[in-house]
Design a protein around this ligand. Structure first.
Ligand code: CU1
Ligand code: CU1
Length: 272
């Protein structure tokens, strides 16, 4: 059983193995397919007006499946690798070891946001951005510029206390656990972290920055934590209005997985 750990607890070897597997996936071309998939499913999501990945109840199960596929692709390269999570309530400055040269590299330079340190710096030659929303082929960050403070533990606890998974109108206006985590209402958790990192994390091509996976892994853990705190609450809606994914509706682009299939993460991995 795969155990996902806090990135701050990884050994030097675990950090190196994670980075190596990510770079190998990039070299094989598969990494960019994940970026393409995410970019296609941001915002309004699909041509028929269905919302699947974002601004909808399926935000959490969609990303759980997306992360699981990515983790399995890494494990095909190195079976010892699992996704680490970034607890941004604890590691909340650019000085965190998350951004060290032997892991995700540091902040972007002020002139153009280009990341110049670590394994994902453009000059290293192993991290060209092929799936882009503009012409810039280099990874960019501006840590703490767009949002000055990352969410706090108190804000996370407040969101975890929300008893209802989701609520009509099942979108960015909902007052619900899912929407407070996603960040369109309430203290704003997930969205604010994308803004705090800046650069490609502001776009639909956000998985171009490997921190995407560590951020979403923590979001996934918060969902698991919420499930544990609210054992009698579950995914809603069961029967969804048109354009919304109900409990047993399949999610694109896979069409073979429903939110119900994703409820029990312990079938796939556990959190340390
Ligand atoms: Cu996303
Ligand atoms: Cu996200």
């Amino acid at each position: 059983m795969a155990v996902r750990k806090n990135q701050a607890d990884l050994s030097a070897t675990e950090r190196r193995n994670f980075v190596s597997a990510v770079l190998e996936l990039k070299r094989l071309g598969s990494y960019d397919q994940f970026v393409t998939t995410h970019n296609a499913f941001i915002m309004s999501d699909t041509d028929d007006g269905e919302r699947t990945g974002h601004r909808s109840p399926s935000f959490l199960p969609w990303h759980r499946r997306f992360l699981l596929q990515f983790e399995q692709a890494l494990q095909d390269i190195d079976a010892s690798v699992t996704l680490p999570y970034w607890d941004w309530t604890a590691d909340r400055t650019p000085e965190s070891s998350l951004w060290a040269d032997d892991f995700l590299g540091g902040d972007g330079r002020s002139v153009d946001g280009r990341v110049t340190t670590g394994p994902f710096a453009f000059n290293g030659g192993t991290w060209p951005l092929n799936v882009r929303v503009d012409g810039r082929t280099f990874l960019r960050r501006s840590l703490g510029d767009g949002a000055t403070e990352l969410p706090t533990r108190d804000e996370v606890d407040e969101v975890l206390a929300t008893p209802t998974y989701d609520a009509p109108p099942w979108n960015s206006e909902s007052e619900s656990f899912r929407n407070y985590v996603e960040g369109w209402q309430g203290p704003n958790l997930h969205n604010r972290v994308h803004v705090w990192v800046g650069g490609q994390m502001l776009s639909g091509a956000s998985p171009n920055d490997p921190v995407f996976w560590l951020h979403h892994c923590f979001i996934d853990k918060l969902w698991a934590d919420w499930q544990e705190q609210h054992p009698s609450a579950s995914y809603v809606p069961v029967d969804a209005p048109s354009g919304v994914i109900g409990l047993r509706d399949t999610m694109k682009p896979w069409n073979d997985v429903t939110p119900e299939d994703m409820l029990d993460h312990t079938k796939f991995y556990t959190y340390q």
